[in-house]
Design a protein around this ligand. Structure first.
Ligand code: FPP
Length: 228
């Protein structure tokens, strides 16, 4: 058997919580609750496998258009979930990075999340990036405006990479999307230029360790040529 190639950076579009709940005649928030458990299990697994970076798409810039009730339930669930998970993340030596326009969050949620991020800042294990109020185009506009403010009149691709929210994070090797949708949905547009994609019909709440290992196995079998 050939040796497994473990990706250095996995990014995940966690999709299908609503459909998971609908299939069970449950409110959408019930799907998000189980989705949170799946997220925690995925972080545990990636950390124990020695994955260096894990990025998850938790709340997109477009998700602000959902009902007010769902948005506030999601904020509450995510900030409580991350706060509750902090000791375990610390035990696993995980460093947390919040990526996106977090200032749009209500101050109580923003401060709770920023607090966890700063307390885990000195950890040196896996870096967990959580994309919140994130959009790839918004990030590119932010990067270009930053460069303009610095007085640049001509830019290189390195300048853009260095001005993104994720400037200190390497590009993802593998991007997973659950729930049978074949779209990028404004996720890591610049960073995904050479990423391998893995799509599965499995809904996010059902995406267990075995499903994650299948995705890594599929990645491991691909030959990456970077256009060469
Ligand atoms: C997609 O399902 C999922 C989200 C909108 C993100 C919510 C993710 C979690 C609650 C888990 C992660 C938690 C943290 C703390 C990072 P959907 O509602 O779009 O499902 P649908 O497409 O079936 O309607």
């Amino acid at each position: 058997m050939s040796e497994q190639i473990i990706p250095k950076h996995i990014a995940i579009i966690m999709d299908g919580n609503g459909r998971w709940a609908k299939k069970r005649l449950l409110p959408r928030t019930a799907g998000h609750k189980v989705g949170l458990d799946t997220f925690v299990n995925t972080v545990d697994t990636c950390s124990s496998m020695g994955i260096e970076y894990l990025t998850v798409y938790a709340f997109s810039a477009e998700n602000w258009n959902r009902s007010e009730d769902e948005v506030s339930a999601l904020m509450e669930l995510m900030s409580k979930g991350i706060t509750k998970y902090e000791p375990e993340m610390n035990r696993l030596n995980i460093r947390l990075r919040l990526v996106g326009d977090i200032d749009r969050f209500a101050p109580k949620y923003r401060d709770a999340l920023r607090g966890v991020e700063s307390r885990l800042d000195n950890n040196s294990g896996m870096t967990l990036c959580i994309c919140l109020s994130y959009g790839g185009r918004q990030e590119l506009v932010y990067a270009v405006n930053k460069l303009l403010k610095e007085g640049k009149t001509e830019i290189t691709d390195k300048d853009i990479s260095a001005s993104l929210y994720t400037s200190d994070v390497p590009d993802p090797d593998l991007i997973i999307r659950t729930s049978g949708e074949y779209r990028i949905s404004n996720f890591l547009l610049w960073q995904s230029a050479y990423s391998e994609y893995y799509f599965t019909d499995v809904l996010w709440p059902d995406f267990d360790k075995n499903e994650l290992l299948k995705a890594i196995d599929s990645y491991s079998k691909r030959e990456r040529r970077f256009g060469r």
